[in-house]
Ligand binder design. Structure first.
Ligand SMILES: *[C@@H]1O[C@H](CO)[C@@H](O)[C@H](O)[C@H]1NC(C)=O
Ligand SMILES: *[C@@H]1O[C@H](CO)[C@@H](O)[C@H](O)[C@H]1NC(C)=O
Ligand SMILES: *[C@@H]1O[C@H](CO)[C@@H](O)[C@H](O)[C@H]1NC(C)=O
Ligand SMILES: *[C@@H]1O[C@H](CO)[C@@H](O)[C@H](O)[C@H]1NC(C)=O
Ligand SMILES: *[C@@H]1O[C@H](CO)[C@@H](O)[C@H](O)[C@H]1NC(C)=O
Length: 354
């Protein structure tokens, strides 16, 4: 059985690694929520309206659900004919879209392997189940491959296009562009292709645009290895650009693990004031003001295992955890020398007062 780490072991690990009390209560507002077995690389996170956390993995083509109160996890779905899952976002209420494909080695996409799937928790009777891989009466959401993108090379960040329910934007980190994909019809096109999305030509790692998030008709994006670190671009309703790229933050003002990525994914807070970026392998969480671009390290350090290998983050959606940032990690896989290697984690960070 995978991830067969008992609560007891988890609690012990929490004590060993983070010095948390062995008995954790639901009132905990920070600390380790869950740790996968060694080798687990958690890549992305989306939050359900019921507060449960859906996480994608690079070490297996699967989505897991993590309960932040019970501090337990269970497998939701394993995607066939693929070996990694990346960006995940809610595209309509109760429906989550996921980037699914193959890596030849971590971070190197296999052309022709990419598709977008949805996990549908609505179970509407109107849904056509005929070409679905999971059954309507099963205990898991309906999983459906909604679009194949044969020209994609590395689908990384994914976000819902708020102006068109059912449509997502998906970032190709290798090609440095953004696709718009209608998850109802499977029709897709290149929506935005900008120099600011491209990989850094002088870097050995071909990884450009990474995290993407739409808020109020504006696409916010990170670029892992070149300027701008964090930028934005206004969208027309179909997801094409309606303004030039505006730079929010040009370069990192925080400690960097030399020659490696500057930024991975990020989350925008409920008020829409700040992007909370996670850095892999630098292991710091940084708050960036969307208005001024000012950067502030709020948690972590190069040699601190707490946020080592942080890949993505998302805010809670319930009244009790709206200001809790759930950070997911690869367990330190990109640079194990910096802070050690363990299973990927989900860690809660209370942002109130940060
Ligand atoms: C994933 O599939 C690709 C082929 O598309 C293969 O090269 C790679 O080794 C596979 N990775 C794993 C971890 O199985
Ligand atoms: C992707 O990986 C899966 C599982 O390893 C494999 O079955 C499939 O053929 C691969 N697809 C491509 C296009 O390489
Ligand atoms: C690309 O990376 C190099 C080496 O880290 C850096 O000096 C350069 O500024 C980067 N290019 C851009 C456009 O950020
Ligand atoms: C998207 O909308 C813009 C602005 O209205 C328009 O110029 C463009 O042709 C549209 N693109 C597609 C693919 O429909
Ligand atoms: C995880 O596995 C690696 C080797 O694959 C090992 O070096 C490391 O100590 C392990 N970490 C833990 C916490 O067991």
């Amino acid at each position: 059985m995978q991830f067969a780490i008992s609560q007891v072991v988890l609690a012990a690990l929490a004590v060993a690694v983070f010095g948390l009390p062995a008995v954790q209560t639901t009132s905990d507002r920070g600390g380790l929520i869950w740790e996968g077995k060694n080798g687990t690389w958690i890549e992305n996170i989306a939050v359900r309206s019921n507060g449960k956390l859906l996480v994608t993995l690079v070490n297996e083509p699967a989505v897991w659900e993590v309960d932040p109160i019970l501090k337990s996890a269970n497998l939701v779905y394993t995607f066939p004919n693929a070996n990694v899952t990346l960006g995940i976002a809610e595209v309509e209420h109760g429906v989550f879209a996921v980037n699914v494909g193959n890596f030849s080695v971590p971070g190197k996409g296999v052309p022709g392997s990419w598709s977008i799937w949805t996990l549908d928790y609505r179970r509407h009777r109107s849904v056509d189940w005929s070409d679905a891989t999971s059954k309507p009466d099963s205990n898991i959401p309906l999983a459906k491959r909604v679009a194949a993108l044969p020209d994609a090379q590395f689908l990384n960040g994914l976000t819902a296009l708020d102006s068109e329910p059912g449509t997502v934007l998906s970032a190709d980190s290798f090609r440095g562009l953004v696709y718009a994909v209608n998850t109802n019809t499977g029709v897709y096109s290149i929506a935005i292709d900008e120099p600011a999305f491209k990989p850094n030509a002088s870097s050995a790692i071909t990884l450009g645009i990474n995290g993407i998030h739409v808020r109020n008709g504006v696409l916010y994006f990170s670029n892992s290895l070149r300027s701008p670190l964090l930028g934005k671009i206004s969208l027309s309703t179909n997801g094409s650009a309606s303004s030039p790229v505006k730079i929010i933050a040009s370069t990192p003002a925080y400690p960097l693990d030399a020659d490696l990525f500057q930024i991975d994914d990020f989350a925008i807070d409920t008020a829409g004031r700040n992007a909370w970026i996670v850095t892999n392998p630098s292991g710091v969480v940084v708050k960036i003001s969307l208005a001024t671009g000012q950067q502030k390290v709020v948690a972590g350090a190069l040699t601190d295992p707490t946020f080592a290998g942080a890949t993505s983050a998302a805010f809670g959606r319930t009244r009790g955890d709206r200001d809790i940032l759930y950070v997911v990690t690869d367990g330190g896989a990109v640079d194990p020398v910096a802070a050690g290697l363990k299973g990927g984690t989900v860690v809660a960070l209370d942002t109130a007062g940060l």
